[in-house]
Design a protein around this ligand. Structure first.
Ligand SMILES: NC(=O)c1ccc[n+]([C@@H]2O[C@H](COP(=O)([O-])OP(=O)(O)OC[C@H]3O[C@@H](n4cnc5c(N)ncnc54)[C@H](O)[C@@H]3O)[C@@H](O)[C@H]2O)c1
Length: 352
């Protein structure tokens, strides 16, 4: 049984608390959050409550910590956990800046204390199936990818911080897509982007279109908007998101030299003979995903990481590279030019 502490009992923190409470291999030993609502939530969950991190860590001595705080607090709390040798699951983005992310990377890599970043899609059955299909060589070398995250958020969602820098569709949503693209296709070398705030009129973007060059030579395109009605988003197609209905279908298309795959519906398209070309029919084969739940899988994995049985699937360094590529998109849109991930890392002193 692994004893877990939760820091931050807001929207996603409460989901983590419920997942821990339902897990046979984990116990929720304490909740830390200064808000009165969190105190009441802790009482309902039957978990000791602390308003202060250090006092919680002194009193509780957990085996691992889940950090579900506002982004700018990820760095100090993750560093405090690492200092005490406590593995932590830090929600995405790993930090609010590349510099802060790099501080976590350095602390984790220096001490060997593992940090798992909450990019939960890597634990999703559809993404797992896509990853193993690619890794087994069924698609051949990837040539081009195309993806979409298009949904409509309600007006009430846009409280103050979500209208300002750091709160737009890029850092809240696209960061998950970027992480999946890095995981499935490979490291991103550079991006170009158009970004727009024309629909909602906020300081932050509501819509973006991207062109992506991967280090392995594959090219990609992606469109994202939080102001468009559509079923083309992983939140719908995977059936794995916490707060959204399931709309079976695809939101990501991966095309290789041998075959192509749509995700989340996992149809693989290939020629029926090895020397087939565009004048020959394509066969469609369905690849059924395993039946499991993303967030449960992520918690299972975190428990393995705590036990020393697995390295984080999304390490602090992964989280930093995903953040850097996402911030590169924002800059590419602002400055109307191609931006490399290396330039983002160099500027933050995070190339080593
Ligand atoms: N992976 C996902 O699917 C997913 C979904 C939603 C949010 N997130 C991420 O999770 C994090 C939290 O997001 P949220 O939507 O739950 O935010 P939220 O605002 O609902 O909750 C944040 C909580 O942190 C508490 N808090 C603030 N300062 C604190 C401190 N010093 N010590 C302890 N607690 C403190 C607040 O009282 C609040 O309860 C963000 O990084 C966000 O990007 C991830």
């Amino acid at each position: 049984m692994k004893r877990l502490a939760l820091v931050g009992a807001g929207l996603i923190g409460r989901e983590h608390a419920a997942l821990i409470a339902a897990h046979p291999g984990a116990s929720l030993e304490a909740i830390c959050d200064p808000s009165p609502e969190a105190a009441e939530f802790a009482r309902r969950m039957g978990a000791p409550f602390h308003a202060d991190l250090q006092s919680m860590l002194d009193a509780t001595r957990p085996d691992g910590v889940i950090v579900a705080l506002p982004n700018q607090l990820h760095e100090p709390v993750a560093l405090a956990c690492i200092e005490r040798g406590l593995p932590c699951l830090v929600e995405k983005p790993v930090a609010d800046t590349i510099e802060a992310a790099f501080a976590i990377v350095q602390a984790s890599e220096r001490t060997g204390v593992p940090v798992l970043v909450g990019h939960q899609r890597r634990h999703s059955p559809d993404i797992r199936a896509a990853k193993s299909t690619i890794d087994e060589g069924a698609l051949g070398p990837l040539v081009a990818v195309n993806g979409m995250t298009l949904f409509d958020k309600p007006d009430g969602y846009f409280v103050d911080w979500r209208r300002k820098a750091g709160g737009g569709v890029l850092l809240i949503n696209l960061i998950h897509d970027i992480d999946v693209l890095r995981w499935l296709v490979g490291e991103i070398e550079s991006v170009r982007a158009f970004t727009s705030s024309a629909v909602r009129g906020f300081e932050v973007e509501d819509t973006a279109s991207l062109a992506i060059r991967f280090e392995n030579g594959a090219l990609g395109t992606f469109v994202i908007s939080d102001a468009a009605v559509s079923p083309w988003a992983w939140e719908y197609t995977s059936g794995q998101a916490l707060y959204h209905p399931t709309q079976p279908g695809a939101c990501l298309f991966l095309a290789g030299r041998k075959a192509s795959l749509s995700v989340s519906d996992l149809y693989l398209w290939r020629h029926d003979k090895p020397d087939g070309d565009w004048q020959d029919p394509l066969l469609r084969e369905h690849r059924a995903p395993e039946r499991s739940r993303t967030y449960v899988n992520q918690l299972d994995h975190f428990l393995d990481v705590i036990g020393g049985d697995a390295a984080p699937l999304t390490s602090a360094r992964d989280g930093m590279l995903t953040l850097a590529a996402t911030l590169a998109v924002a800059r590419a849109g602002r400055e109307n030019r191609s931006v490399t991930v290396a330039e983002m890392l160099a500027e933050a002193g995070a190339l080593s």
